[in-house]
Design a protein around this ligand. Structure first.
Ligand code: WTA
Length: 650
């Protein structure tokens, strides 16, 4: 695989924001003197009070500190919106395409600015002030960006929750953040189906006392139940609000947002990002990575509930005053040429998406692509999971016409911004490899004993030294933050990913090494899934592992043991799937449920997932050391059942 190299296209090599020579020089400088490098990058922002202290950081768990530009002050919405008004008030900020073809809106910078101000005034009236948390549970509509910007104008903290999450998942995130206000819509539209978001909020709020008000966007004419004194319609409230709101001055280390992600233990983690460092890293990396210049039309297909959207669909483009496309729907509805029609319609030049969607669209063949003119494309990007070389080549050739570099960007909710990527004008592409470190980033390949490996190697992916965009803590759980990321390999941040580095210094992510599965680019903690399944009245116990899935990358494979008296039926299978959807959301639906009379455990009662992972991948040999098994017959039974299922489906 490493032999296949795609050189930087010649038109890029000469006029890119970062050329090959720039990359070598600036990368070296950024590592030799990170403070000088980042202090210069931070000049990209408009500060109210300039910082004098650059960084104060330590990855030592006894003295964990992550502070950047600490004594500077600023306002995020001024940087993202106000700054662009003098030149761009009448130019488009958002080109929105609704779920149904034909439904579209253009939001100019001027209109965007006014809505942000009005909503900020509405929120103030509802009691929201600096440091308060607002939960945003909205579909991919312009109002989600307005809502985020209105919060940060007040120094309030947004917590965006994916609108595909269930009422129960929403409730736990509201509770953990003690949100004061929820912003939602009457409903969301996706793939021709309507989802009752407001109803989910009502259900979630039955158990949540912290929320005083709900603001409801009218996504459609459909009515929604409104609770008097608590709920207000977005459009009515905005119409009555003043069009100017004084931005609140906040410190660089004041919180900007919380974003929840799954971890290897049950409870989702609320990663906390702060203002000055995150905005510096998001704004400057976005334009370098996508080689953005004024006039480009940028499109990230990510849902607003994920970090990908926070950093590179919302903050990155807004900080740079870029025009971006926003699409509410799915790539396959009404048919699988939908994305390509949107690229043609808006002349999209930079397109950022996920491998799982590419694999699904690749199956439809070239027909749907050929119907559209994609010649506006200049840079392509991939994120969220390893991209297999086959999908990479299809993206490069069929979508990019062989002329667009692909930035395979590696990063995480925790890292805030990209850490590994081939910069498009600087680093030749190798399919399936996430390229080289971004400026200021020092990756290390570490073995199980904690030794840092040099040269070509494989091991655990760690990073040495802080970068401004990284998360500062887990909300309400600093201990878990330090234990998860800084304890496993002392003095380094541990990503939870396995990695391989080749002789040219390129990195390839080999997947999670902890109990997290990556399904269609969505992180799901196996323990969280197991407890959701085990809470079903018919279930004694469950074990969940990932298995290779052609489209999703990994699928969810659940081994389920039933209580006495319950029968292993198809009906019960479907019921358990529905149960998990209701508890977490449809992204967490098990793909395969296999009944297991018992689970393989060691004598201490620990489930041997290693064996279950192999069986799920149809690998029935070399289970490694099985001498610790309490009951070897349990494994034989599980293997037998799996083989029977495979024979039946063959
Ligand atoms: C995986 C998404 C391979 C990885 C930005 C990481 C990737 C997790 C890539 C973070 C990539 C992300 N190649 N794997 N280019 N990008 N991942 O927090 O396992 O939703 O730890 O952030 O996705 O997922 P998260």
């Amino acid at each position: 695989m490493t032999d296949e190299i795609y050189p930087v296209p010649s038109d890029f090599a000469a006029r890119a924001r970062v050329t090959a020579q720039d990359y070598e020089r600036r990368y070296r400088a950024s590592i030799e003197n990170p403070e000088a490098f980042w202090a210069e990058e931070a000049q990209f922002l408009q500060w109210i009070k300039p910082f004098t202290r650059i960084s104060d950081t330590s990855f030592d768990i006894a003295d964990l500190r992550i502070n950047w530009f600490e004594d500077g002050t600023l306002n995020a919405s001024v940087n993202c919106v106000d700054r662009h008004l003098p030149e761009k008030a009448d130019r488009p900020a958002i080109l929105w395409e609704g779920d149904a073809p034909g439904e579209s809106r253009v939001v100019t910078w001027g209109e965007f600015f006014e809505q942000v101000n009005r909503l900020a005034n509405v929120l103030t009236g509802l009691g929201v002030g600096k440091g308060d948390v607002v939960t945003i549970y909205l579909p991919v509509i312009p109002e989600v960006m307005v809502a985020m910007m209105a919060c940060v104008r007040l120094g309030a903290v947004h917590s965006v929750v994916f609108s595909g999450f269930s009422a129960e998942a929403l409730a736990s995130r509201i509770e953990d953040a003690r949100a004061k206000v929820v912003i939602t819509a009457n409903e969301g539209h996706r793939g021709g189906r309507f989802h009752p978001l407001k109803r989910n909020v009502d259900e979630a709020l039955r158990t949540q006392a912290s929320v005083a008000h709900v603001v409801v966007v009218r996504r459609s004419p459909a009515d929604a139940p409104m609770t008097g004194g608590r709920d207000v319609w977005y459009d009515e409230a905005l119409a009555a609000a003043a069009p100017w709101c004084e931005p609140v001055e906040v410190g660089a280390e004041d919180p900007l947002f919380i974003l929840y992600t799954s971890g290897s233990t049950g409870k989702p983690k609320g990663l906390l990002h702060t203002t000055g460092g995150y905005l510096t890293h998001a704004g400057t990396s976005w334009r370098n990575i996508f080689d953005w210049r004024d006039g480009d039309v940028f499109w990230s297909t990510a849902d607003v509930g994920w970090v990908t959207a926070h950093t590179y669909k919302i903050y990155g483009p807004l900080l740079n005053g870029a025009t971006s496309v926003m699409f509410e729907g799915v790539p396959t509805w009404p048919d699988s040429s939908r994305w390509w029609s949107i690229i043609e319609k808006h002349g999209v030049s930079i397109f950022y998406t996920a491998p799982t969607a590419l694999r699904a669209l690749m199956r439809e063949g070239e027909g749907p692509v050929r119907k559209h003119d994609l010649s506006s494309l200049r840079v392509l990007g991939s994120v969220g999971e390893p991209i297999n070389p086959e999908a990479w080549r299809w993206f490069h050739q069929t979508i990019g016409g062989g002329r667009c570099p692909i930035v395979d960007t590696y990063w995480q909710t925790e890292t805030g911004a990209v850490l590994l990527t081939p910069l498009p004008g600087a680093v030749p592409n190798k399919p399936g490899m996430a390229g080289k470190p971004y400026f200021g980033v020092r990756p290390e390949v570490v073995d199980a004993q904690g030794a840092t490996l040099e040269g070509p190697a494989s091991g655990n992916l760690c990073f040495r030294g802080s970068w401004p965009g990284q998360a500062r803590t887990i909300l309400n759980d600093r201990e878990r933050f330090s234990k998860t990321y800084f304890a496993p390999f002392s003095g380094r941040f541990f990503s939870g990913d396995g990695v391989l580095r080749d002789a040219d210094g390129y990195y390839r992510i080999t997947g999670r090494v902890d109990d997290v599965v990556n399904v269609s680019g969505h992180r799901l903690g196996t323990v969280e899934l197991e407890s959701a399944i085990a809470s079903h009245p018919a279930v004694t116990e469950a074990a969940v592992v990932g298995y290779p899935h052609e489209v999703k990358g990994q699928g969810v494979f659940a081994y389920v043991t039933l209580k006495e008296g319950f029968e292993e039926t198809e009906f019960l299978r479907a019921e358990i799937v529905a149960w998990v959807r209701a508890r977490i959301g449809s992204i967490a639906s098990p793909d395969i449920i296999q009944w297991a009379p018992a689970l393989p455990k060691n004598r201490a009662g620990k489930i041997l997932r290693r064996i279950l992972t192999k069986v799920a991948a149809n690998d029935f040999e070399n289970f490694g050391d099985v001498s610790t098994l309490a009951e070897p017959a349990v494994v034989e039974e599980i293997v037998k059942r799996r083989q029977q299922t495979l024979r039946k489906s063959a």
